[in-house]
Design a binder for this molecule. Structure first.
Ligand code: TRP
Length: 453
């Protein structure tokens, strides 16, 4: 198939892994995973999240990457190319993905803004304390200041836009490849410190000993939503990255590695945080603030803690940047390839849109504190609507597309690299899940979780 617009791509196999992992690993691991686990009762939630990742996340991720690599195009064009003539307007799934990208980016960029601001606060040193009143008030002062919130968010958006202007290979691949390994190391150090704290055992018990009394339909939906969010699924990010994959890349193997590495980072974050929560008397269900109030307390326990804390927030910024790049890549490549904008122009339009839309999230703890829709502020609403509605819906449609429209033969061809890989059993298993299991399971969890049946 010929492409009219010359497309970038990932140059090496390691680069593919790093960039895909760079999309998956982000504030989802360091911020969302710990706070959702904390708020929903710990190990029981963790278990459901694991199941959702295996039974739903993995197959949908393989489906998206395979579709992207086969079509070598943005999600809208990819769905058009892959669907048979006169079939339903499947490309609308790509449009919905773009909407989801804007919603996610609106609140995600604000959390990234907090992380960037924490780099500066860490340098100042005032947040390094195991006194919960100190760390809690530092966080609430930041988020309730409208000017700071907005300026940090806009700064983040401008920064990410700058990287995207450098293009796919140099920008995304170059940066994520270098910095991901350092984040792993620092998180492991944090775990070691946290495990040496007084009440480490209580923290671990919370994280690993299931208590199913907290599990409700809503919690199951949240766990599934997290599985989608974590692996960047259901809105075309992985399809877009798949379109930059090399043709000889082993997709199932890469996907499995990304899933495992991503899980590993989340577990590290959990092990770093919960022992400290119990030792210093934080509230496990503190919500979005959890990481920002707990992590400084852990660092306050070690010599050189301030420097390490600076490093931590810098690396968290890096992880968040990789994830944000992948989110933004979706609207940018759609505007570029579908509307014929140049890449720089597409980037600028995306950033400008986010500066406006995202400000509704930046100001939720200040100016817009009392502005609510469906009983939620914009930050919570965008988060809820994306993770619990749009991403699962996208997941259902993509699974149905591969399982019932694209069909087993083409899927088999693509996933085995035109027969070069002997992975019949894997392909059949994934196809079975996509055709019969994932769509129904997602639908059931969604309807029940939203209270619709
Ligand atoms: N997976 C990223 C994280 O955990 C966030 C992310 C990046 C994302 N791209 C996405 C979430 C696409 C949903 C869809 O931080």
């Amino acid at each position: 198939m010929s492409n009219t617009i010359k497309r970038g791509g990932f140059s090496s196999s390691f680069g593919v892994l790093a960039a895909t992992l760079g999309s998956a690993v982000g504030l989802g691991n360091i911020w969302k995973f710990p706070y959702l686990t904390g708020a929903n009762g710990g190990a029981g939630f963790l278990l459901i999240y694991l199941l959702a990742t295996l039974v739903i996340g993995l197959p949908v991720m393989i489906a998206e990457i395979t579709m992207g690599r086969t079509a070598k195009a943005n999600p809208i064009t990819a769905l058009q190319k892959l669907s048979p003539k006169k079939s339903l307007p499947w490309w609308l799934v790509g449009v919905a993905g773009m909407v989801a990208a804007f919603l996610i980016l609106s609140f995600y960029s604000e959390v990234v803004a907090w992380v960037f601001a924490y780099v500066v606060k860490a340098i100042g040193g005032s947040i390094l304390s195991s006194d919960r009143h100190v760390t809690e008030s530092a966080f609430s002062t930041l988020i309730s200041d409208p000017v700071q919130s907005l300026l940090w968010q806009w700064g983040v958006l401008a920064f990410i836009g700058g990287i995207l202007l450098m293009g796919v290979t140099k920008g995304i691949e170059g940066i994520t490849k270098k910095l991901m390994p350092v984040l792993f190391l620092l998180l492991m150090l944090l775990c070691a410190v946290s495990l040496s704290l007084d009440k480490a055992a209580d923290g671990l018990a919370f994280l690993f000993r299931p208590d199913f009394s907290k599990i409700s339909a809503g919690v199951i939906l949240t766990a599934m939503g997290l599985a989608f969010f974590k692996l960047s699924l259901g809105m075309g990010t992985m399809m877009t990255y798949g379109s930059y994959f090399r043709d000889d890349q082993n997709i199932p193997a890469t996907t499995l590695r990304v899933m495992l590495a991503d899980l590993f980072v989340s577990m590290l974050a959990g092990i770093a945080i919960f022992p400290a929560v119990f030792t210093f008397g934080f509230e496990p269900a503190a919500g979005p603030a959890l990481v920002f109030i707990t992590i400084p307390a852990v660092f306050s326990q070690i010599p050189g803690g301030q420097l390490l804390m600076i490093a931590f927030f810098v690396l968290a910024s890096v992880a968040a940047t990789g994830a944000m790049l992948s989110l933004m890549e979706v609207p940018v490549v759609i505007l570029h390839e579908r509307l014929g904008m140049s890449r720089p122009k597409a980037t600028l339009v995306t950033i400008a849109t986010l500066m406006v839309l995202g400000s509704s999230c930046a100001l939720t703890n200040s100016t817009l504190a009392s502005f609510k829709l469906f009983g939620m502020n914009m930050f919570d609403l965008f988060d809820f609507a994306s993770s619990n509605v749009l991403l699962p819906l996208g997941g259902i449609l993509l699974a149905v597309f591969v399982g019932w429209v694209w069909g087993k033969d083409k899927f088999q061809q693509a996933l085995s690299n035109q027969g070069a890989l002997r992975n019949h059993v894997t392909v059949s298993a994934v196809f079975f899940l996509l055709r019969y299991v994932s769509p129904l399971l997602i639908l059931a969890v969604m309807l029940k979780g939203l209270g619709l049946f």
